[in-house]
Design a protein around this ligand. Structure first.
Ligand code: ATP
Ligand code: MG
Length: 752
């Protein structure tokens, strides 16, 4: 190990080396992306170990993800030699807290075999709490309460610390009391939730000076990566331990703080100097990751944010290729363009492992996944299931399978009580018994059972309605386009509503995914064809050690790097995301810009940004405006692809790119035509799919004011012109000139 020691220090620049060799006392490394912060942490640990200052189990090292912890362990091993597995205290805040809590469970009022609840368990438990208090869980959904409790826990607040005024938002001021009851229930169950891992450890330390002292003595050195994204509870936890020996080294970048929505506090960076007087601050300015043009693009963009500590970055590397900005027609073309581009790189011998597509919202992934499956391009989705494996997509597919295949028991079981409709275990048991006895499918069993006295009146009535619903949906298969039928099913079953009522941060993304699912169905001839496609897609499994392209969210890409990075979907409303524009004002927008900065700075050599002129957002085809972040890129360092003629600096909308789109072109057609801007020309309707441009939410229930009356002439994108025969809520019966009588959704037709 000693032989290696000199060598790994030599691989650092003077500032990095200072950060590694300043072993004693508090140290804050505050530096931009790619400057070697993580490398400093890793080398520092190797240095501490090989100089004999501490043994592996005396080092506390916190990473942001489990994956990052694994990688750090491997790096340390390669630097300092074997023994890194003895770094027992290298992990995420949660993992480390869980370990501490198990060792002192008794003191925390738990048994050492306590369970850690996942979100589903947490919701179920909260529901029981609400019921016991006679609170209507339709009006006050347990998920909203879970979200509120998590937020309190992120801030380090146990029930008795929640300020009185704050509890008023939930259930007429009962939030605080419910929180306390929930904590009591957890204790009885010998369980903790995720937030508790930190909070209970914090309490353990506060109430047991001897335990706290033990850890203060044990951890000779403390190191924290991605420090800018710690929340208050994590900060308090850290401070408590670090105030023992004061040997704490945090590295971070305020410009990469992207978890504000989850309670992260950038201010923790500023508090560091106050809480650890005499802290040494090291700034790293040389970026080793990216080429000159890429770095210039990133620096220029982030300089637009006001709330930042400010820092400079430079590279001694080459300027390299300019990042490109490409306008495409729609998301399909975007996926096609990126797919072709990757195939070209592949042909030139580039490693697929060094290529990533970073999206703002997870619904964007589907188009890429399907394109890559078609191309046979190996890919992996990092940080989440693949599109068709997501919870809400599986649920939706189960509904559709029940419509198409009434004997699909697995599908039926999955959705019979999702959303909750009072058809719980007792009902299912009755159905199962009958189904076993008579070897009948569950749906068939249900049909028979509802005519008997086997079930209580309420579930019987509910089940009868459900069967009737399925019969009705099934009767529409022949006459209703499959995507519209899917929308009806999700809407009328209450499934969409379930997620609308859900107040967790994930709910909005799930709704987006559902809309994306409905959109995807357009491309298939019928429902059966679509379901067949899905089952084939689901089968292409991942063989272990193939090189593959990574698809992930920008949030998930923090700390990573790739030779080539694609950033699709740079459009207003998607990126910056509509939510950040709607409710959080400037702070939200700045967080989005930091996310853009994270995305750009993942690229080592090639950066390719895309925006589409048409995208279905929130269920609607929209003519989109290029992202304002494109304007934040320095013209001198960026190549605008395929834009021909005219000035890029239009006076329309938020972006100079607003004047550039790919109207009337396809990716394979060279020499893209420049549109006069969609607004100016009024040519806002995408020509290829001619989706409707209707205000309002497609998945929403029909509005009271009917837009159509019997006798009206309408135009439908698939069936062409026709005459309305009947109006039933948001559904229209239309006699189409060519296709005959069909049932369609109001939102899919236009008046003519
Ligand atoms: P991020 O903010 O994105 O987490 P970071 O500051 O943690 O970035 P690292 O990931 O540690 O940066 O380093 C970025 C890249 O630069 C890595 O590939 C790393 O190996 C390389 N690097 C860092 N320091 C040096 C150095 N002194 N000499 C050569 N390469 C270096
Ligand atoms: Mg890092």
């Amino acid at each position: 190990a000693l032989a290696g020691r000199g060598r790994f220090l030599e691989a650092l620049n003077p500032e990095q080396r200072a950060a590694v060799e300043t072993i004693d006392g508090p140290l804050l490394v505050l530096a931009g992306a790619g400057t070697g912060k993580t490398r400093v942490l890793t080398t520092r640990i190797a240095h501490i170990l090989s100089s004999g200052r501490a043994r592996p189990w005396e080092i506390l090292a916190v990473t942001f993800t489990n994956k990052a912890a694994r990688e750090m362990r491997e790096r340390i091993e390669s630097l300092a030699g074997p023994g890194a597995e003895a770094l027992q205290w290298l992990g995420t805040f949660h993992a480390i807290s869980a370990k501490i809590l198990r060792r002192h469970a008794e003191l925390a009022g738990l048994k050492s075999n306590f369970t850690i609840l996942d979100t589903d368990d947490q919701i179920r438990l909260l529901k029981q709490v609400l019921q016991a208090e006679n609170i209507d869980d339709k009006r006050w959904p347990p998920r909203a309460l879970a979200h509120q409790i998590d937020a309190w826990k992120n801030r380090g607040l146990s029930p008795d610390h929640v300020p009185a005024g704050e509890a008023q938002s939930f259930a007429d001021g009962k939030g605080k009391k419910l929180y306390a009851l929930y904590q009591e229930r957890l204790k009885v169950l010998n369980a903790v939730d995720f937030g508790d891992l930190l909070l209970e450890t914090l309490r353990l330390f506060r109430e047991n000076a001897d335990v706290l002292d033990e850890y203060r003595q044990r951890f000779k050195y403390i190191l924290v990566d991605e420090y800018q994204d710690t929340n208050t509870a994590q900060y308090l936890w850290l401070r408590l331990i670090a105030q023992g020996r004061h040997n704490v080294c945090c590295v971070g970048d305020d410009d990469q703080s992207v978890y504000g929505w989850r309670g992260a506090e950038v201010e923790n960076i500023l508090r560091f100097e106050k809480d650890f007087p005499g802290a040494k601050i090291v700034r790293l300015e040389r970026n080793y990751r990216s080429t000159g043009h890429i770095l210039a693009a990133a620096s220029h963009l982030i300089a637009r944010n006001e709330g930042r500590l400010g820092k400079t970055l430079f590279t001694e590397g080459a300027d390299g290729e300019k990042p490109t900005v490409t306008g495409v027609w729609d998301s399909e073309e975007e996926a096609r363009a990126i797919g072709e581009d990757i195939e070209q790189l592949q042909r030139k011998g580039h490693d697929l492992e060094e290529i990533a597509i970073l999206v703002r919202a997870s619904f964007q992934m589907r188009e890429f996944e399907e394109r890559f499956i078609t191309l046979g391009l190996p890919y992996r989705v990092i940080g989440g299931p693949r599109f068709y494996e997501r919870l809400e997509i599986r649920d939706a597919l189960a509904y559709l399978r029940c419509v198409a295949q009434p004997f699909d028991d697995l599908a039926f079981e999955r959705i019979v009580n999702t959303p909750k409709r009072g058809l719980g275990d007792a009902t299912l048991q009755v159905l199962h018994e009958y189904s076993r006895r008579e070897s009948a499918p569950l749906m068939q069993a249900a049909r028979v059972i509802v005519e008997t006295e086997e079930l209580k009146p309420k579930p019987r009535a509910t089940l009868r309605t459900l069967i009737a619903d399925f019969d009705r949906w099934r009767s529409l298969i022949e006459t209703t386009p499959q995507n519209e039928l899917a929308e009806m099913v999700l809407d009328e079953s209450g499934y969409t509503q379930m997620w609308r009522d859900d107040k967790t941060p994930e709910a909005a993304g799930r709704l987006e995914n559902l809309k994306e699912l409905v959109r995807a169905m357009e491309e298939f001839p019928d429902l059966a064809g679509f379901l067949e496609h899905v089952s084939l897609v689901m089968e292409t499994d991942e063989s272990a050690d193939q090189r593959r392209v990574s698809i992930m969210t920008l949030h998930g890409a923090k700390g990573l790097e790739f030779e080539t990075v694609y950033l699709p979907g740079w459009e207003e409303g998607l990126f910056p995301h509509q939510r950040s524009l709607d409710d959080s004002g400037r702070a939200g927008l700045e967080e989005e810009r930091r996310l853009a900065y994270v995305g750009i700075t993942r690229a080592k050599r090639r950066l390719k940004i895309f925006f589409a002129t048409n995208r279905r957002i929130h269920g609607l085809w929209q003519t989109t405006l290029p992202s304002r972040f494109l304007d934040d890129l320095p013209a001198a360092n960026v190549e605008v692809k395929e834009a021909s003629g005219g000035s890029q600096y239009g006076s329309y909308g938020v972006s100079r790119f607003a004047n550039m789109d790919s109207y009337g072109s396809s990716y394979s057609t060279p020499g893209w035509k420049r549109a006069q801007t969609a607004r100016e020309s009024g040519a806002s309707k995408p020509a290829r799919r001619t989706p409707p441009m209707i205000e309002g939410e497609v998945l929403a229930k029909s509005s009271a004011s009917a837009r159509f009356v019997a006798g009206a002439r309408v135009f439908h994108q698939k069936f062409g012109p026709g005459t309305v025969a009947n109006v039933d809520g948001n559904k229209l019966q239309v006699d189409f000139d060519k296709a005959g009588r069909k049932m369609v959704l109001e939102s899919f037709v236009e008046p003519t």
